[in-house]
Each structure stands twice: as structure tokens, then as C-alpha cells.
Design a protein around this ligand. Sequence first.
Ligand code: GLY
Ligand code: MN
Ligand code: MN
Length: 462
Amino acid sequence: MFDAKIYIERRKRLKEFVGSGILLFPGNNDVPMNYPANQYHFRQDSSFLYFFGIDEPGFNVIIDIDEDKTILFGDDFEIDDIIWMGDQPTVRERAESAGIKDTATSKELNHYIKKNGKRKIHYLPPYRADIILMISELLEMSPERVKENASIDLIKAVVSLREKKSVEEIEEIERAVNITREMHITAMKMAKPGIYERDIAGAIEGIALSKGANISFPVILTVHGETLHNHYHGNKLEEGRLIINDSGAESLLHYAGDITRTFPVGKKFTHRQKDIYTLVYNAQKAAINSLKPGVSYKEVHLIASRTFAEGLKDLGLMKGNPEDAVSEGAHALFFPHGLGHMMGLDVHDMENLGEDFVGYKEGLKRSSQFGLAYLRLAKELEPGFVFTVEPGLYFIPKLIDLWKGENKFIDFINYEKLEEYKDFGGVRIEDDYLVTETGARLLGEPIPKTVEEIEDIRSSAY
Ligand code: GLY
Ligand code: MN
Ligand code: MN
């Protein structure tokens, strides 16, 4: 974990933001996989990590702003626990490492809440069943009402702190991206006709496990990149297909990396693959060149979208005025997702707090237009923001058929030509960026991305 003074400072600012009341932070617990003692890999809640750094199950914290008290609730290991799991720091030692002065047993949390039941108790929206039930019991409300009663004031305070990354957080994210880089270069070197997606997916997950805390989300590695979050790894690699590898590692302190590269199973891109790949590359470049404080990420998304509409027109897949096509949303047939999302302790940072609190500010309404509606980050960029830039072009046969059947956007889409692309798959390119005072900078060491760089690696792959 970071030095205790970092957590003390974060909590001081949090208390100033919220002003008064009790803040309840439940830490995550172990979760059973297929029987109680066989558990999923433990992952602490990210806001708990941000304010307390304690990376173990079984802890909860109360920050009582009015009484100026922070209390860590947890239980010391008894001899049976020590036999099975080894000796552990005491609750008091853990509290000290986070700069917390007061500790109490788990049971005492209930007493504390009951004693102060009339005061305002703020908590973040829970996303795990056991925590929902715990809050339901502590605050005497039905489980259905727990999420809707989460504190908007606390959500806004946490977002305003976590969205601006500090120097030590950026170092952590760069560690994660550099592990992720190794995962991607390994995948580019490993791929060859005849092996399976899972051969590569397993190997790169192993890199994340051996160098970091874990993967930052389940690996997407597929020859069917037209399915955006495809977690199936059972296809055999065949010459002529493209592989999308969207994967990332977590640093040891649980900061994420999130990178996508697309490359051919063969040694070279085909002519058609090169056209589409270059267009995605150009859209990403146009987006990156426009990053600076004050620009809204919605506008950056639209810059990438217009590059797509123009390029697809040049390829004969779209027609008409590209600007009109984008304002009406016709390009979203090929680019049905948002350009990127905040990244930090979560790969989709703070998504559990509510996407609109993170990516949209007051007065900025999320579009309901297909494609744009999936844009998670739309607000104006500020120094310290870290996010992904991940344009992609996809040929989704069922979506093409649906729109064609409805004669949708027939003035903008050349459905006849599109028939030839139904077996194409998809291309996505994703990198992680930090907004600086004057522009933006790439996080981590660059990862091969141009057609030439990728073909250079692929030429000696097999
Ligand atoms: N890793 C999933 C995404 O890029 O959003
Ligand atoms: Mn990704
Ligand atoms: Mn992403």
C-alpha cells in the first residue's frame, strides 16, 4: 500500500467534501465459487482501497465526520485461522498502516450504527449481495431499497477525488500498462494457424498473474472481434482471420491497464484488413491529437466517428455527407460503442458509483442515440484524468441484416457492398492516456501498433 499519509490526506479531503454525518465503507469479503471454502480470488472494493489501502477481506470502516473519528472494524485471527492461513497483522497494525487511530471488533459496527441511527449515514451503492444484506440489516431497510438510498453527496465527493490521478497513482497505472504491454507482445508472437485462442489467452493471463495482482478484467481474445466483449476462447486460429486481443493487468496495488491490439493470424494483413485497420488507426490518431484540457470527450468521440464516416465512404461502405451521417448516427452500425472510459483502480473506473456521475457532469445529458448512448465518458477533460481511447470498426452480421431489413439509413450505408464484409470480424485499437496541463500523454511504453510494426513481429512468429 501507499504511505499512511496519502490515505490520511485523501480522507481529510473527503470529509471536507461531504461536510457532516457518518460515512460507512464496507470492505469486500471472500466470495464462494462452488462451495463455501472454495473461493474466488479476493478483490477488495476500489473505494476501500483508495481511502484505506487495506487489501484483505473482513474489514469495514466508519468515518464519523462530526466526531472527527475514523474506526477500522475487524477481528484478529484466532489460532484456527492462523493454522490454515498463517499469521496476519493485527487489526491495530492494519489500522496504523492506513493512518487510522481507532479499531473495534466486527460486532461493534452494529452497536455504533444503532447508537447513531438518527444521524445521516452515507454509503456508496453496493454491488455485492452480502454487502447489500449487511447494509439492509444495519440500517433496517429492505434489500431492494439499499441501492436507491446510497448517498449522492458521497458518490460525488468520491468521484471528484478519484477522477484526478496523483503522481503515485499514475506510476501505478504505468506499471499495469507495462505488464499489459508484455501480454500483448507475447500474444502477437504466439499466434499461428492451428493453435487455439485459449492457448494465447491462458498464457497472457499467466503474465498478469506472475507480475501483477491479476488481470484487470476477463481477457477478450478472439477471432470473432465483431462481438465486443467476446470471452469465448475455443476457436482454432486460421490464416485469413484477425485476432482482437483486449486485455489488461492490474498492478500490485490494483491499478488497471486496458489495451487492445488487433493483428492477423497470418504473417501479414490482407489488403481488406489493412484498409479497415488503417482507418481505425487514423481515427484513434485523430482522437488522440485532439486531447487537451477543456475539450469534451463527447467531441473527441465525434472526431473519431467523423474520421470513420469519411474513411468508410472512401471504401464504398458508406455514402452521403459524412458529417450528416454521424449526426444521425448511421456510422454506429460499424462503431456501436463509446470511444473510451475513465480508468484507475477499476478498469471502468468507478462504474459502480453510477456511470453518469463519472462520465457526465450536471447539465450534460447522455444521448439516447444508438452508439452514442454507450459513451461512458462525455464530459470536459481535466488534467489528471486517465482514460482509454479505443475506436473500433465491426461487421456484425445480425445487426447488418436487421438494419438492412428496416431500410435504415439507406442514404448513408451501402448494404450491397457490405455483404462482402459479413465474415470480416472486427478491429479495435485501445491505448491509455493521461490529460496533462497542455495536452495528453500516452501511459506506459508504446506497444507495436502500426501495420509495419505488427507485421514485423508477425513475420518471425512461426
Ligand atoms: N476492456 C473492456 C473495455 O475496453 O472497455
Ligand atoms: Mn479494453
Ligand atoms: Mn477499455
